[in-house]
Design a protein around this ligand. Structure first.
Ligand code: NAD
Length: 355
């Protein structure tokens, strides 16, 4: 197979020190950034992505090209493909898996519920099965989501808060994922770190997310729809810049303990951690729009609409004390600075002349 030849010929996974990481979802937004960060500091990285058509496939191909320029190869395949996973793990002794492949998005689930089950539950279990059978067993770090807090109204959200009220199918599959990894930790001694990301944004971001689609619409003069909660209360999100998320992911990999496996007599409990990775300062959607207007130098045409029951939650707000204490995670980019960087990237990527 083509990918086997490419991997054999590449030197980047033949390592004696440092991490050897399988990054799933490497052609995605977060996966591409994390892969580059790992590679730049000298770790071995192999990507896996099925290049699904959930959003503009060209963007995924362009991220892939960027990664290839840095010597990172992305295998085109699905995390549900157990045969492919076995061949891959037989070839490469991964020390870590950074699992970022998923069906993302909250509203898409209304029309496509099964794609969430396919990637976020069945795919997760297929990957976990391979990890528990692998020798060595890799440490498993994966993306859950702030959406697991669902309709919880206690803010800011702490890891110990209730997560039994998912508002969307996406959230339900992430919550289910948290239960599955717990079982793999318990039975097979897999080292597990779950990361609950809060609304990640930045260059090479996802076109299905509000900050991105608002930018597209504002620049093309199309109106944008701004949802409001009951009594016209604005929705708010704890927008977190991609560079901060990447630092949290890398710190999670660096502090992940080895899996204890099931073979050794001295087996103790394997590491099992969950961290919020957020920004700790939520911003309302109208404020997000006004910051975009400032950087784009264009006024938005706004339609305010009562939020339908579509899976969105009214607000998110991270408490990151645990991540600060255990990972040294300090988000440093405010929304104004981060959106400025996003807009600069957007204008450059889409060849938009700026005055
Ligand atoms: P993304 O859609 O850009 O990246 C996910 C990648 O996974 C895509 O490139 C997709 O093609 C790939 N993929 C999906 N299903 C697959 C499968 N079955 N097999 C192989 N590849 C598959 O999303 P993202 O924003 O980079 O998100 C990364 C992770 O972080 C996801 O798990 C997501 O649920 C989680 N997350 C993201 C955010 C955010 O705001 N971006 C917030 C919370 C959680």
């Amino acid at each position: 197979q083509a990918w086997q030849k490419s991997i054999r010929e590449s030197s980047h996974v033949k390592r004696e020190e440092g991490l050897v990481v399988l990054v799933t979802g490497a052609a995605g937004f977060v996966g591409s950034h994390v892969s580059l960060a790992l590679k730049k500091r000298g770790d071995g990285v192999v990507g896996l992505d099925n290049f699904n058509k959930y959003y503009d496939p060209q963007l995924k191909r362009d991220r892939q090209k960027l990664l290839e320029r840095h010597g990172i190869f992305i295998i085109e395949g699905d995390i549900n493909d157990a045969v492919l996973l076995k061949e891959l793990f037989d070839m490469i002794p991964f020390t870590h898996v950074m699992h970022l492949a998923a069906q993302a998005g909250v509203r898409y689930a209304l029309e496509n519920p099964n794609s969430y089950v396919h990637s976020n539950i069945a795919g997760l279990v297929t990957l976990l099965e391979q990890c528990r059978k692998a020798n060595p067993q890799p440490a498993f770090v994966w993306a859950s989501s702030s959406s697991v807090y669902g309709l919880n109204t206690k803010v800011p959200f702490a890891e110990s808060d209730r997560t039994d009220q998912p508002a969307s199918l996406y959230a339900a599959t992430k919550k289910a994922g948290e239960e599955f990894v717990h079982t793999y930790n318990h039975i097979y001694g897999l080292s597990i770190t779950g990361l609950r990301f809060f609304t990640v944004y930045g260059p090479f971001g996802r076109p299905d997310m509000a900050y991105f689609s608002f930018t597209q619409n504002i620049l093309s003069g199309k109106p944008i729809t701004i949802y409001q909660g009951p009594n016209k209360v604005d929705l708010a999100r704890d927008f977190t810049f991609i560079d901060d998320i990447v630092k949290g992911c890398v710190a999670s990999l660096d502090t992940a303990e080895k899996s204890t496996g099931t073979g050794g007599k001295k087996r103790g409990p394997a590491q099992l951690r969950t961290f919020n990775l957020g920004n700790t300062s939520p911003v309302t959607v109208p404020t997000l729009v006004s910051i975009l207007e400032k950087h784009l130098k264009v006024k938005a045409k706004k339609n305010f609409v009562k939020m339908p029951r579509n899976g969105d939650v009214p607000f998110t707000h991270a408490n990151v004390t645990l991540a600060r204490n255990e990972l040294g995670y300090y988000p440093t980019t405010d929304l104004n600075t981060g959106l400025k960087k996003f807009v600069k990237w957007y204008q450059n990527y889409y060849g938009i002349a700026t005055s």
